[in-house]
Ligand binder design. Structure first.
Ligand SMILES: NC(=O)C1=CN([C@@H]2O[C@H](COP(=O)(O)OP(=O)(O)OC[C@H]3O[C@@H](n4cnc5c(N)ncnc54)[C@H](O)[C@@H]3O)[C@@H](O)[C@H]2O)[C@@H](O)CC1
Ligand SMILES: Nc1ncnc2c1ncn2[C@@H]1O[C@H](COP(=O)(O)OP(=O)(O)O)[C@@H](O)[C@H]1O
Ligand SMILES: [K+]
Length: 510
């Protein structure tokens, strides 16, 4: 697997383990890193008149000296602009000593239109906001609209959090090594990286395996093994039955979007559960989806006992208040009274089910901690996240990744922290960052569809973290392929080609 995301500390540990295992040493890694960047520059910008290599004092700068040596050796006009000098006897000092291009001070940095910038100021070691000459260099490159090739990360972007410290370059291409870092995927860092090229510098998969990494890019490799494909003798209830609670007569659409998405995602049966006064309006709009009244928890219990649903969606269009809290807690805590045949596998709490607990989140978190509680997935967007996890949401110094992890641990639930850089986190610390979405998904009802996909996968027995990751990826892929004009009604149908490809990838063929 190459979808692990390494924190700066994990990356330097990978570096250390590789060198300790031999025969590779630090300068070998640096040489391969520099060679990879130089190859990208030569290939992408064959007509460049001049390359300006900005070198910092650490190993990122060391990579830069190698790049400059190779470019100059290839006959490309090359200038080095250095900020500080590498520590004596470091790999970077050796790289600088072997570079025939004499550095000029970064404070004098000037460039001409048509030239290229290689940003090797700071990478994994970025420790404070860019200021002084480095910040000025960002302004110069930006004002002249010079193409920037970033080494490891655009200087100013935190590899751990994707946050911009002070200022940051906006790269056309970022060449990173061994594995991507969270800052390549989390916003706003992702935006500053441009295209990301992953270069192999000789840090083997065995070394990465030793790190026991817990953060991943959300790609199908992460969950495809668990992706449900119906067995040859499947019948509809074997494929899982999803119940979706509907709001009152004026708020039924969200539940239907969710229900359709659950059905498209492979649940064999889906039932919409409205209050009595919203039966008619739902009935007028449903065909393959079933309908059953659910006014109170007696109705819900009867439904569970008779129809054996395996997953529920609660929240979309349901309304905020006491009834929602009651339903949520009943679903979470009724497990001990059930025998295995009526046990619920998974719950998705979205929208109003989240907001209903804003005054008393601990009641929800305690319920989700009961030993018999079904797996819980919650899908907050920023606003809902702040309502349920005020202490965590306020901590702007931490990354979205760290916030999602803290929330998952606190709530004992899988947290799908939505947005353009959705993070999925589990209470055991596993986390994935999603990247295949597009802003076309920012349309009313899109989140309701996501909830339905998660429930559809849960109902088919997919483990909760994998189900949440798969649903986020599938939803994002469908939305970004559809593109302009997307409305939530389009999404359930748009899942079909994406699902087909996944089933093909899982089974070899249909
Ligand atoms: N496996 C690895 O770890 C490898 C790392 N390599 C390179 O090494 C880099 C990491 O090297 P380092 O750990 O030396 O870190 P950096 O080179 O990113 O920065 C370290 C130095 O810059 C200073 N600094 C950080 N932010 C600053 C700021 N905003 N203003 C002024 N000074 C600042 C630090 O105090 C330190 O002296 C990676 O990004 C990558 O480019 C490669 O050489 C190949 C292998
Ligand atoms: N700019 C964006 N890029 C990618 N995905 C986005 C973007 N904006 C929103 N989304 C996705 O669209 C969905 C919106 O959900 P939500 O905010 O709950 O909307 P609604 O409540 O209207 O259904 C989420 O899955 C979110 O991750
Ligand atoms: K850099």
């Amino acid at each position: 697997m190459s979808n692990e995301l390494l924190s700066p500390a994990e990356m330097s540990e990978a570096d250390r383990l590789t060198i300790a295992a031999g025969p590779t040493d630090g300068i070998d890694l640096m040489r391969r890193a520099g060679e990879a960047v130089a190859a990208v520059v030569l290939k992408r910008y064959p007509a460049a008149t001049h390359v300006h290599v900005l070198c910092g004092p650490g190993n990122n700068g060391g990579d830069g000296y190698i790049v400059a040596r190779i470019l100059a050796g290839s006959g490309v006009g090359t200038t080095i602009w250095a900020s500080g000098t590498p520590r004596p006897e470091s790999d970077a000092a050796l790289a600088a000593a072997q570079c025939p291009v004499k550095p000029r001070p970064l404070s004098d940095f000037a460039a001409e239109a048509g030239s290229i910038v290689v940003d090797a100021l700071y990478g994994a070691g970025l420790s404070k906001p860019l200021s002084g000459d480095a910040a000025k260099a960002v302004d110069t490159a930006t004002a002249l609209r010079l193409p920037v090739v970033a080494v490891d990360l655009p200087s100013g972007v935190s590899g751990a959090s994707g946050q911009i410290l002070g200022k940051a370059f906006r790269a056309e291409v970022t060449v990173t090594f061994a594995r991507k870092k969270p800052g390549h995927l989390l916003l706003p860092g992702r935006e500053r990286c441009g295209e990301i090229v992953l270069a192999d510098i000789g840090i083997g998969d065995g070394i990465i395996a030793q790190l026991a990494v817990s953060t991943f890019e959300n790609v199908p490799d992460l969950w495809l093994r668990e992706f449900p494909v119906p067995a040859v003798d499947a019948h509809k209830y074997k494929r899982g039955h999803v119940g979706v609670f509907s709001g009152g007569p004026g708020a039924t659409g969200a539940a239907r979007l969710s229900a359709l998405a659950a059905a498209r995602s492979g649940a064999g049966a889906v039932t919409v559960l409205p209050p009595a006064n919203a039966m008619q309006v739902n009935a007028a709009h449903l065909t393959s989806i079933m309908l059953r009244k659910a006014d109170d928890s007696v109705d819900v219990d009867a439904f569970i006992g008779e129809r054996r649903p395996s997953a529920f969606v609660l929240g979309p269009g349901f309304g905020v208040g006491e009834k929602t809290r009651k339903f949520a807690l009943a679903l979470l805590t009724s497990g001990e009274q059930r025998d295995t045949s009526t046990r619920i596998d998974g719950l998705v709490f979205d929208a109003d089910a989240i907001t209903s607990f804003r005054e008393a989140p601990d009641v929800l978190f305690q319920a989700s901690r009961q030993p018999d509680a079904p797996a819980l997935v919650m899908t907050p967007h920023d606003g809902e996240f702040a309502r349920l996890f005020p202490g965590i949401a306020d901590d702007v110094a931490t990354s979205k990744l760290a916030r999602a992890r803290l929330a998952a641990a606190r709530a004992n639930a899988i947290i799908v922290y939505k947005g353009a850089d959705t993070v999925i986190a589990a209470p055991n610390g596993l986390a994935a960052i999603n990247r295949n979405g597009a802003a076309w998904l920012a349309t009313a009802g899109s989140g309701d569809v996501l909830s339905g996909i998660i429930a559809g996968l849960l109902a088919q027995g997919m483990p909760a973290f994998e189900a949440a990751c798969a649903a986020v990826w599938i939803h994002a892929e469908a939305g970004s392929r559809f593109g302009p004009g997307l409305i939530a009604e389009d999404l359930p149908r748009a899942l079909v080609p994406v699902l087909r490809e996944l089933v093909e990838a899982r089974t070899g063929a249909l």
